[in-house]
Design a protein around this ligand. Structure first.
Ligand SMILES: [Zn+2]
Length: 111
């Protein structure tokens, strides 16, 4: 019987197949991560604004730190179109939009 240490969590596992590198729970995590990142990639290819919209939808109604939004994958460069609403410059793309407050936080709008 051959044992290896799981590549992910370090637990010793018995291997039945020569190519096993992870224990079962870690294998499942790795699989889920792969499919969700694949989903994100395919979605972004189909719609370059998908991730931005998803992030704005998630934080809609909150005042956000722009650095935090960027760390979530938000791309401010994608916004070129500006509209003025009540004297504020609003960057709109699809369903959601945002403006930058005077205190540099991001306000999220819904169109
Ligand atoms: Zn593991």
């Amino acid at each position: 019987m051959k044992t290896i240490k799981c590549k992910h969590c370090g637990k010793t596992i018995v291997v039945k197949h020569g190519n096993t590198k992870r224990c079962e729970p870690c294998k499942k995590i790795a699989r889920d991560e792969t499919s969700s990142s694949r989903y994100a990639r395919i979605s972004l290819e189909a719609d370059p604004y998908w991730l931005n919209e998803k992030i704005l939808r998630t934080y809609y109604g909150k005042e956000m730190d722009p650095d935090f939004l960027e760390s979530e994958g938000f791309d401010f460069e994608k916004y070129r179109e500006k509209i003025i609403i009540d004297g504020e410059t609003v960057f709109a793309m699809k369903q959601f939009a945002f403006s930058i407050n005077k205190n540099k936080t991001v306000r999220i709008w819904k169109q």
